[in-house]
Design a protein around this ligand. Sequence first.
Ligand SMILES: Cc1ncc(C[n+]2csc(CCOP(=O)(O)OP(=O)(O)O)c2C)c(N)n1
Ligand SMILES: [Mg+2]
Length: 400
Amino acid sequence: MLRTQAPTNPNFLQMARTPKSAGARKASAKESVEPVAAEPVAPASDHEEFPQHTLKLELSFNVYPAGRYGHEDCGLTVDDVLGMYRNMLLQRRFEERAAQMYGKQKIAGFLHLYIGQEAVSTGSAYAIRVGHDSVITAYRDHGIGLALGMSANECMAEMFGKVGGCSKGKGGSMHFFSAAKRMFGGHGIVGAHIPVAVGIGFAHKYKGDGGLCLGFYGDGAAGQGSIHEAMNLAGLYDVPVIFVLENNQYAMGTAVHRAFAETEFTRHAVGYDMPASLVHGMDVFAMCKAVQDHAKLAREGKASLLEVRTYRYRGHSMSDPQKYRTKEELDKKKDEDPILRLKAYILERNMASVEHLDAMDEDVKDEVMASVDFSEASPAPALDDIYDDIYAESNYPYLA
Ligand SMILES: Cc1ncc(C[n+]2csc(CCOP(=O)(O)OP(=O)(O)O)c2C)c(N)n1
Ligand SMILES: [Mg+2]
């Protein structure tokens, strides 16, 4: 039976195992066509590479706890820190307003809010080269779009289904997209976009442009076959991709421990020859540092996994009675709020005054309100444009 040992040193990044190089793989493929010897020669030991009793693997993962890292560890300036704060506030205020607009039926279809998870998106955006590196995520995509610098106008108008939206109003809440930010969506089928993340990462490698792809997915997606197939290819082909598993502890109403035999998701990486780290997702600097470190691995041609422990404050979508969790659990998590944490960090270090941060909040609220006005004023897509930007060609026989 295969046994594993508990991590001995939580700060040790790599899993302590012999890496299998691409060269070694090629050699073994070549060996397989060697002719069979007429007289088989007995090896020195029948069990030289095959243990008779127990095969022990020692696994170690790096951890990025809350409060360990500050902005200087991430190479960030005071302006960056204030920018991060504004960026997280924008996501929060944007979604609060979106929820209100949903109630007014200005937004139709599904609406999945990211509130509570803002440190994950902002920390990641400040760790990569936005516009050069690529990003892809699932349907809970507003925070990541805004973190990458997509405008409140194009994001709100998309949810209103208007032509001023980032997908010209034809995608809606779940399908944010931006070529300029290399944000590849916004995907509704759980786990389906992660093979695309590996494809995008492979394209960076193929072109040799030094870019990488961040592929975000939820804990609920972590058991999807497509994700494991994609991870295997990424490990095999050394694709510059970071699998970012946002473990917000629920998939709709199902808690992780009710759905997974193995709830330590870092261990998923072991089967695919990848390093993995565990990150406290309510601390923007922990998140930023983790993505920076893993981006280095990616640029050296190593795929890797981040399990990010985070939490969503709102329901799965707008119609969720949330009977699967207690108010106490929710309140406890709100004590770890990523925006309040960063606010305390800024004030403790006199990076800005309370008045300055309050004014910033007002400014953000104005920006969001202006995006609502922009969306109201933007026209709906014309019926004649229904197939535009959907198909690569315009003459498919089945198009009306
Ligand atoms: C293949 C597939 N199965 C089921 C669904 C229905 N579904 C939508 S969201 C969701 C839960 C996913 O949870 P998770 O991956 O943890 O993401 P979170 O909502 O927590 O961000 C499910 C099962 C779907 N969209 N696609
Ligand atoms: Mg989840």
